[in-house]
Each structure stands twice: as structure tokens, then as C-alpha cells.
Design a protein around this ligand. Sequence first.
Ligand code: ADP
Length: 395
Amino acid sequence: MLILVVNSGSSSIKYKLMDMERETVLLSGLAERIGLHGSKVKQTSDTGELVLEQDLPDHKVAMEIVLRCITDPQYGAINDVSSIKAVGHRIVHGGENFKKSMVVTDELIQGLEEIADLAPLHTIPHIVTIKSCRELISHAPQVTVFDTAFHQTIPKYAHMYGVPYELYQKYKIRRYGFHGTSHKYVSGRAAEILGKPLNELKIVVCHLGNGSSITAVGNGASIDTSMGFTPLAGLPMGSRTGDMDPAVVPFIMEKENLNVNEINDLMNKKSGVLGVSGVSSDFRDLEEAAEKGHERAELALSMFAYSIIKYVGAYTAALGGLDLLVFTGGIGENSKDMRARVLKGLAYTGLEVDEENNNTRGKEIIISKPGSKITAMVVPTNEELMIARETKALV
Ligand code: ADP
């Protein structure tokens, strides 16, 4: 059974064609700079890399070109789109009503349109892409898998903000949380590796990438997560502020004479470890600079590690204990130094690091010693596989 997994962003469409009998990837690609100059599609498969420089004025045209690449006689993996049995779409924001993955219907699209203003930069391209797929691959059912869905189990006392209740009712202002597909996959896989039932474990998952979030998983469900109404909350990230006193926002706006778009831009694109270090949003650059004695790069790394240690402590309290700490995402999977900083800060819990195992990159491995009170683990995330599995299950 071939499933196409589609992840559309504001100016890009990432895709993977998956064979779900064997859970293997037949090809993967990226249509980028949609609506901008210099747009192109890059695709990798067993037969090589296809790079197609092509005008992509909108997501509909981009999807047409993507399907042409997938069926390319030389670099494609199938002869005809009729081989695609279903399409799974990653949806960033499902609001309060989408609590699990769902098959696309007219009502579902209408439901997405109604909540589009919660994340317009993502939801509007999602809707265009879904509608295009319905037209272009009309025989195949479409499924939506929401980044927010896994967090819908967070109790109300943990997802509400201290704003007037009427504003919650009017605009649905509350914590939603993101990276849910990754947190779900990684917590499930970690329990499998440990050979213990997921619902008997107290787990904290650290998804550390360009965007980072930490989730407390109890009884197999998300009970709290660090991102909030938007993916700006929680840890300081590559270029996003993370948590801070909300009064900072009007203060900067007034002092720097910024409008809403400008302050949003500053908080999303110029802040976080990039803003603090003045070096880069990429942790490889930061680690290299810190090694050479760059003080602000070291400060940014320390802030990031400290913030993780604090969240793990808070979520251990929320869970009433901790059995398993899991690292994933580009930094969590690859940076032994960042993991070592965090694990050192958690030594008080009785967590003992296996230095040799921690000295690895990008693979499933237990990085705590056998007698350690808490098990620490690295589990590379696989959101596309999770989306394809949920799609297969629903169709
Ligand atoms: P996204 O949130 O965009 O999916 P990723 O999960 O791919 O991001 O993570 C990207 C981050 O992972 C970057 O900050 C990058 O520096 C970091 N990263 C990748 N490899 C390493 C490494 N070997 N050491 C440290 N950081 C790494």
C-alpha cells in the first residue's frame, strides 16, 4: 500500500512516498520557495537526485509539479498517481475540535477554515494543498494528522492561561502544544525499546530542533507540554524567544517603535539562541564558537540546557515521578554535548550517564547506566512514518 505523506508549510511542501507493507520510504522531496523567486523541487530516490528549477506561484501548482516528479520516468518511483492509495497531511494546528487524525471531508475542510486564524501561515497552505490533492489524486482518500492532537489530553487546569475567561471563549486562547506526532511516536517507540507497557511509564520527551518542545507523557497521553498557543512558547529556540515575561512585548514595542508584525518577526526570527549569541541559530555553529571561547555562544547554550533541566524538573513533579527521559530532534539526536549538559544537571535524581553510549549520533540507544534510577534514551523521531501509519489505519 503506497501512501503519500505531505507536509505543507507557508512556502514549501515536503513529501515522502511510503510503501506501508514494509514501512519503507520510496522517495522524498521538497518543493521550496513557493510564491517566491528561485522556486524549485528537489527529490531523492534510489535512482538519484532530481532538481527541477521551476516557477511555483502557489501551492496548487507546486503540488502538480510534485506529482509530476513522483511519476518521473527516470527519477520517480511510480508510473501513475493511481498507485497512490491514500494521502496523509501533516496539519500544524487543529484547534480544540480536532482531537485525533481524521479522513478529509467537506465538513473537515470547513472546520479547518473556521480555525485558520489560529495559525494562518500554515493552515491556509494546508487547505490549498488538501484541495489540490483531492482534485489531482481524486481516487485516494486524504487524511489529516494534527500536530496538536496528541496534546488534547492535557487537563484544563494545565492548558488554560490566566487571561479573562471570556477571551478564552471568544478566541480559544489557551495552550495547544505542537510536535504532537513526534512526541507520540517517540514515547511509544521508547517504551517498545524498553520492553515495558507505555501506559505504565512516566516519560519526558525532549524534542530539540530548530523548534524545541518538551512533553510530559503519563499513561501514554500528553499531560503537559512546553509550547503553547503558538510554537513560540517554552524553551529558547533557534530564533524564537521561548518563555519570558509577557510585559516585555509591549515594552519593546514602545521603546523600539515596532508594530505587531515587526514584534512578531523579532520574537520568531531574531531571538532565541541566535539573538542571544549573535552567532547562529544552528547548534553546530554555537558549539564550535563556544569551544573557541565565544562567551555569548556559551551563554546561549547554557540558557538552553538550563531551560530543559527546569522543564524536566517541573514535568517530573507534574507526572509524580520520572521513569524515562527521551531525546529526539536534530539537537537531541545529534548533540552529545547538549545531552551531557542536561544529564549532568539531572544527576541529583540518581540518573547516571553512560558516557560511551552518549557519545553517539542519530540512532536509538540507551544512554544511562543499567542501574540508573531514570533511564535516558535517544530515539530519532519519524513524524512521516507516524502520519503514514495513522493514514493507513484510517483508510
Ligand atoms: P526542525 O525543527 O527544523 O525539524 P531539526 O530537528 O532538523 O529541525 O534540528 C535542527 C537543529 O539540529 C539545528 O540547530 C542543528 O544545528 C542541530 N544539529 C544537527 N546536527 C547536529 C550536531 N551534530 N550537533 C549539534 N547540533 C546539531
